[in-house]
Design a protein around this ligand. Structure first.
Ligand code: ARG
Ligand code: ZN
Length: 878
């Protein structure tokens, strides 16, 4: 039995290494069967290091074939090499060069960390701890060094040889071999190292920076895929321009290369000057990629590019600080998408995503602060909390400081910490110094887990024209954090008068209100607004100004009033969602709904659809009904996900029936007229049309036929996939045939196969698990490819709760059995899939027990990886 502290690493134990790295020279000789890596590292003891202090290097699965110090072989007695590293007992007490040689088998590396092969191409993934699978090293982010990398490989199989930085030499190496020498002048941590060797096609372009330097851009891909890289290239150039304009950040090397590979554990990686991408985030053609894919490509290309400043030039001191680069960079990519597309629509998407993925994490057994203080397996902390909540925390800083104040702090951050590996504390300090404020309490957002619950109550006294608003916060305990001192919560707000227009006040007592901002930094605050002419309706947390759950005493009528009149588009959307979620949650728990309430919601939706001042993308969001997981969270406990799905469908049906003809006519009018373009306006129109199709299919007798017809007539993937997914989700009579057609129509395109897998996993019928098992068991199923596995299993656990959490436990067991097998091959993927079990505490007792039993038997019957063991243990302990 494992003990709690086994392998646990604590933030409080952080200490510098006794030796620093001055420079790294690597020499790769790539051959079909194996790769020889010779590394020369120049070390130097730190001034405080005692003579005779051992040098302890990380290594993972390496076999040492030779070792020398300053050119002299090291005696057997003076070093020890094992599965986790290499120790030099008594290194020289001066600058010295350690030379090691190892042989790797990239072909056999299915964990996809370190050097591996994807579709014949050699490539690397080093973040967070993959470099130690390539050579012995101080594999931690606070060790920065310049790298020189020589790659030798057979010219035929690998005409393209890439690494970080600039190409300084290349040529023939005899025997059919050739070589390339790359130099990366900027000191970097090893997790940003990258190497690519293969037979690849490319597209090229260039970007001239604001300082006038011309940067050569290239995207490398499988031959024949070049045309599919155009949107990614366009996104890259727009990202480079945006970072100059918005943050004053210029690119610093002469080349910027991107490589698309098919086997990749996550989205993409920001290696210095050589980003490596999951090909699903590069390739796009209208026939095979959806609008959502295009938007994602744009976002992730930007994200990785933005890391060049927030992540690479300024990196993390240790992995506890991960959200220093990730939260900040997500904030930057969200801002980029907002500027390139529609700000309110982007904000709503980002908040929806936060609520569907991060809130469940933060309210369950896997909850952790954006800056955790201990971990067993760092790979399990690349989470939505670190990324998305991390971004929300940066956004709150920007809200509190204002745009100019925030920019001033960011400028100071870049100026003060360029070239460093630093911490969240240092990040907060620049804003304290730039704005002259104290952020120590605000810093709790980084160190405390949990979603605060904010309760708002108000009253109005007509005689004295006084409006009183009380805001109180409370955060439930999370694992290891029973007590939650209050957060600093920025509340953007407004008061709406009876005719919907903004209302002013003469003065406020009881707290500080600056323009439209209240800062709630204690358990509760009561504000008294004087000189308020009429009873207002408050619009709170405009733009979702803090990642909290709000409960108010607003009636459905007040909420629908906000939905019609609020000047804040986010709150207009949110008010309607709150009403719909509330109705669905009530109906799922057996309360019968008041017809008048449903009628009023319908009317508000129809008015929104008819409003000429709102754009299509926004309307599409308004009519997209709350996700099942959001409804389940609203119920809070003893949830029967099957009942949630039924309640959701029933409400949609009741909403749609009386207006189905109007909706269908609207649907017809939105048919596309112009040739496909992925731009936000056209995409918005398509998403509105597909939103209507979704309502019609769930709620009218004609919907299924419309969906089938749209599937057949579609001229682009967005419309075809939407029609397919809607048919499957409602399990229409045509759904099985459409799935069959989709699979054969795009046979041979792995990324479209992912869409088929994802759609298949969403079927609500009881046959879904059997069908998925058959897909997985097929001999030709690509069982080592993360995209395929995640599309089928990730889609199932995260988005089909009614089948995943079936009462008979079949869904749970299907997933644990699949995960046990995947764990043998790729622990990161297995662990990620199992995080879906975090819903257990929310479920009614029988389902909860069968989910626990599935995890217990997974744990007792298999030798689990550290990744998977950590997730299973935490879920069962929670
Ligand atoms: N740094 C990469 C990014 O841009 C992701 C690396 C993910 N690594 C992991 N082990 N999950 O977000
Ligand atoms: Zn990132």
């Amino acid at each position: 039995m494992r003990t709690e502290t086994e392998h646990t690493i604590f933030l409080k134990d952080y200490a510098e290494t006794p030796y620093s790295v001055v420079s790294v020279d690597m020499d790769f000789k790539i051959e079909e069967a194996s790769t020889r890596v010779r590394t020369q590292i120049t070390f130097e003891p730190r001034p405080t290091t005692e003579p005779g202090t051992p040098l302890v290097l990380d290594g993972d699965g390496l076999t040492l074939s030779s070792i020398a110090v300053d050119g002299y072989p090291v005696m057997l007695a003076d070093y020890a090499a094992n599965e986790t590293g290499l120790t030099l007992a008594e290194p020289p007490h001066r600058r010295f060069v350690l030379e090691t040689e190892v042989h790797l088998k990239p072909e056999d590396n299915k964990k996809l960390m370190g050097l591996y092969r994807s579709g014949g191409t050699w490539c690397t993934q080093c973040e967070p701890e993959g470099f130690r699978r390539i050579t012995y090293y101080l594999d931690r982010p606070d060790i920065l060094a310049p790298f020189k990398v020589r790659i030798t490989a057979p010219r035929e199989v690998a005409p393209v040889l890439l690494s970080n930085g600039n190409l300084i030499d290349k040529g023939d190496a005899g025997d059919g071999l050739h070589y390339a020498l790359w130099e990366d002048p900027s000191p970097k941590p090893a997790y940003l190292f990258a190497l690519v060797a293969g037979d690849l096609g490319s597209i090229t372009d260039s970007f001239t920076t604001m300082g006038g330097r011309k940067v050569d851009l290239a995207i490398y891909c499988t031959h024949g895929k070049q045309a599919e890289c155009a949107y990614a290239m366009d996104s890259l150039k727009r990202s480079m321009a945006w970072d100059e304009k918005r943050f004053g950040r210029e690119y610093d090397l002469d080349v910027f290369n991107i490589v698309a590979v098919s086997d990749f554990n996550f989205g993409a990686m920001e290696n210095k000057g050589l980003n490596i991408f999951n090909d699903k985030l590069v390739f796009a053609l209208p026939e095979t990629a959806s609008d959502a894919n295009y938007a994602n490509i744009e976002r992730v290309i930007a994200h990785e590019y933005f890391h060049n400043w927030t992540g690479n030039r300024i990196t993390c001191r240790d992995w506890f600080q991960l959200c220093l680069k990730e939260g900040l960079t997500v904030y930057r990519d969200q801002e980029f998408s907002s500027d390139e597309r529609s700000r309110p629509v982007q904000r709503i998407h980002d908040v929806e995503n936060l609520r569907i993925t991060q809130f469940p994490e933060d309210g369950g057994p896997l909850a952790h602060p954006p800056r955790p203080d201990h971990y067993r397996e760092i790979n399990n902390f690349y989470t939505t909390t670190v990324y998305q909540k991390g971004s929300e925390v940066v956004r709150m800083l920007a809200t509190l400081l204002g745009e100019a104040g925030f920019r001033k702090g960011m400028d100071l951050y870049f100026e003060r910490h360029d070239g460093e590996a630093t911490t969240i504390e240092a990040f907060l300090k620049v804003f304290e110094d730039a704005a002259g404020i104290d952020l120590s309490q605000f810093g709790q957002w980084y160190t405390q887990a949990g979603t605060p619950q904010v309760t708002a109550s108000d009253s109005y006294d007509a005689a004295s024209q006084t409006y009183t608003l009380t805001l109180a916060q409370n955060t439930l305990p999370t694992p290891n954090q029973p007590e939650k001192p209050p957060f600093v919560i920025p509340v953007k707000f407004g008061l709406l008068g009876p005719n919907g227009s903004p209302m002013g006040w003469a003065s406020v007592r009881g707290g500080t209100v600056q323009d439209d901002l209240i800062v709630l930094d204690s358990e509760s605050v009561t504000l008294t607004f004087e000189g308020v002419a009429n009873k207002p309706v408050p619009s709170l947390f405009r733009g979702f100004s803090a990642p909290i759950k709000l409960s108010t005493s607003l009636s459905q009528q007040d909420l629908l009033f906000l939905a019609r009149h609020d000047s804040d588009p986010f709150n207009r959307w949110d008010a309607l969602q709150t009403v719909a979620t509330g109705l669905m949650a009530r109906s799922a728990t057996g309360v019968s709904l008041d017809a008048g309430d449903v009628d009023a919601l319908r009317e508000a939706i129809m008015d929104t659809l008819a409003n000429p001042d709102l754009d299509d993308a926004f309307k599409a969001l308004v009519i997209s009904m709350p996700d099942e997981t959001v409804i389940a969270r609203q119920i809070g406990k003893d949830v029967d996900p099957g009942a949630v799905a039924v309640a959701r469908r029933n409400l949609i049906r009741t909403l749609v029936e009386p207006v189905s003809e109007r909706l269908e006519a609207y649907y017809g009018r939105l048919a596309d007229t112009a040739p496909y373009s992925p731009d936000a306006r056209q995409a918005g129109r398509r998403s509105l049309r597909n939103g209507l199709l979704s309502l019609l299919t769930a709620g009218s007798s004609r919907g299924a036929a419309l969906a089938e017809a749209q599937y057949k007539d579609a001229s682009n993937m967005t419309d075809r996939y939407a029609a397919l997914a809607i048919s499957v989700h409602n399990w229409t009579a045509a759904a099985p045939a459409l799935l069959g057609d989709f699979r054969t129509r795009f046979a041979g395109d792995p990324l479209v196969f992912d869409k088929w897998l994802m759609a298949s996993s969403q079927a609500p019928d009881d046959g879904v698990i059997e069908r998925m098992s058959a897909v997985l068991a097929a001999p030709d199923f690509p069982r080592t490819n993360p995209n395929r596995l995640r599309s089928l299993l990730g889609g199932f656990v995260m988005a089909n709760p009614a089948q995943f959490a079936r009462e008979d436990g079949l869904g749970f067991r299907f997933v644990t059995e699949a995960a046990a097998e995947i764990d043998q091959v790729n622990p990161q993927v297995a662990a990620r899939i199992l995080t879906g079990f975090r819903i257990l505490p929310l479920l009614e007792a029988k389902r909860r027990a069968s989910g626990q039993a599935a995890l217990e038997s997974l744990r007792s019957q298999h030798q689990l990886s550290r990744n998977t063991g950590d997730i299973v243990d935490r879920i069962l302990a929670g």
